[in-house]
Structures are given as structure tokens and as C-alpha cells.
Ligand binder design. Structure first.
Ligand code: APR
Length: 230
């Protein structure tokens, strides 16, 4: 019985055509974080922010899961043990690739949130500023995304899962953003084997007992084969 927690970042969706944030020409080279990924930015120019997520939602809908997403779904269905995907990504490629046990700690493009009452509902492909909440009818709909300065979701669940994990893997993340970047340190402290699968070494690469470099569509299926062969 092996329990595995897998943290994923933008790199796992790169080969599906979705941009990463900090690679050459990435999203944070095209937009200022404070303008499109903070509550202050949304208050200042809600149309700019709604447009930014509408564009990313359309790209996400048009993208297809790649071999890495499908391999993680195979691991979840074939492993004798628990497999939890904790994703920083807001696309739904893990679910469309067949994973069922997925926690979106930074929110999701396919969900809308009422800033007034906290109600969530499936987001339309294109959201508009001042859209009313289907529950409280306040004109307070916003993208259901965790912005910088806001609290990531599911932290208690994630920490409990890491505490009982035998293996902690990080895939396609640069290790720049906390609390996600700190998970590997906690995993080591609870005795899990830690492995980084990334195109380039992340900021936290030295914390991992094992590293596998290359594109996720190649490294993840091979790693899953190894996990299932144990
Ligand atoms: N295969 C594997 N890894 C890849 C690939 C690929 N094909 N392409 C890029 N990568 C790696 C890069 O080497 C980099 O380490 O993916 C990582 C992407 O890093 P970031 O762009 O910083 O994305 P991420 O780590 O997910 O960012 C974390 O920051 O801006 C916030 O909320 C946002 O969730 C995001 C968080």
C-alpha cells in the first residue's frame, strides 16, 4: 500500500499548449501580476481581469490533456494506495485526462465565485463584470481564482495527505510560490520519498531526493511505470 501526493504546476500543461508563468515569454512577461492576479487589480480594473481569465478559459477549453495527465490518471486507477493530485493549475486537464482525486489549491477557470456570499457555480465561457450571483443576486460574480494575497484552498486536507504520503512528487512547477513550494520540506520531515519531475531544475530542486528532468509528457509516463512496477 503506497500513498502518493503529486503537486503539479503550469509545466504539466505546457505541452497541451497552455502558457506557463515564468518561462521565457510566459504569462508574467505579458501581464503585470498586480494588474490581473490580485484583489486590488480586480477592484481597480475588473474588466481587464475578467478579460484575462476569459482568454485563459477559452485556451483551456481548446486544449487537450497530454500524456502526463493521462499517466497520472493511470497511476490513480492502477496503484494499490491513495493518489492525490494537488494542482496549482486552474485548467481542468487533470480531470479531462481521467484523474478524479484532484484538489485545485489556486482555484479553477471553470468555476465562478460570488464575492458577496461565497456561492460557487459553473463559470460561463465568457464572464462579464457585474454579473449577478444565482444565489444572492448581488452583482458580485468574479473568477474563482486564488489571487496573490488570498488564501489557497484545501490546505488542511493537503497537509494531512502529505503527512501520510510515502511518495511526494512535484511536476512542472518552478517552486517560486508558497505555500506550494514548501510542501516538499514538509514531505521530507514526515519521511516521504521526494521526487521532482521538471524541464529545468526548480528553485527547490535541492530539497528533492530524486530528480527526473525532461518534458512531462516523457518523464511522467516513465515515472508512473516505475511506481506501478514496485
Ligand atoms: N515539462 C515539464 N516541466 C515544464 C515544461 C514541460 N514541458 N515546460 C515548463 N516546465 C517547467 C518549467 O521549467 C518551470 O519550472 O514548469 C515550471 C513552470 O513554472 P511557473 O511558470 O512558475 O509555473 P508554476 O510553478 O505553476 O507557478 C506557480 O505561480 O503565478 C502563480 O498562481 C500561479 O499557480 C501559479 C503559481
Amino acid at each position: 500500500m503506497t500513498n502518493i501526493v503529486i503537486l503539479t504546476g503550469a509545466g504539466i500543461s505546457a505541452e497541451s499548449g497552455l502558457g506557463t508563468f515564468r518561462d521565457e515569454g510566459g504569462l508574467w512577461a505579458q501581464h503585470r501580476i498586480e494588474d490581473v492576479a490580485t484583489p486590488e487589480g480586480f477592484a481597480k480594473d475588473p474588466q481587464l481581469v475578467v478579460n484575462f481569465y476569459n482568454e485563459r478559459r477559452k485556451q483551456s477549453v481548446a486544449a487537450e490533456p497530454n500524456a502526463a495527465h493521462h499517466a497520472l490518471a493511470r497511476l490513480e486507477s492502477d496503484l494499490a494506495g491513495e493518489v492525490l493530485v494537488v494542482t496549482q493549475n486552474v485548467d481542468d486537464l487533470h480531470e479531462r485526462g481521467g484523474s478524479q482525486n484532484v484538489l485545485h489549491m489556486h482555484g479553477a477557470l471553470n468555476s465562478a465565485l460570488c464575492a458577496s456570499c461565497g456561492h460557487r457555480w459553473p463559470a460561463p465561457l465568457e464572464m462579464h463584470v457585474g454579473e449577478t450571483c444565482p444565489s444572492c443576486e448581488a452583482p458580485a460574480a468574479r473568477p474563482d481564482i486564488v489571487w496573490f494575497g488570498e488564501i489557497p484552498h484545501y490546505m488542511d486536507q493537503i497537509e494531512a495527505a502529505i503527512a501520510r504520503a510515502d511518495v511526494f512528487a512535484a511536476i512542472g512547477t518552478s517552486g517560486n510560490v508558497y505555500p506550494a513550494a514548501g510542501f516538499v520540506q514538509f514531505a521530507r520531515s514526515t519521511g516521504a520519498h521526494t521526487v521532482e519531475l521538471n524541464l529545468d531544475p526548480s528553485e527547490t530542486v535541492s530539497m528533492f531526493a530524486e530528480t527526473r528532468f525532461g518534458p512531462a509528457s516523457q518523464t511522467v509516463p516513465l515515472w508512473v511505470d516505475d511506481m506501478l512496477a514496485k
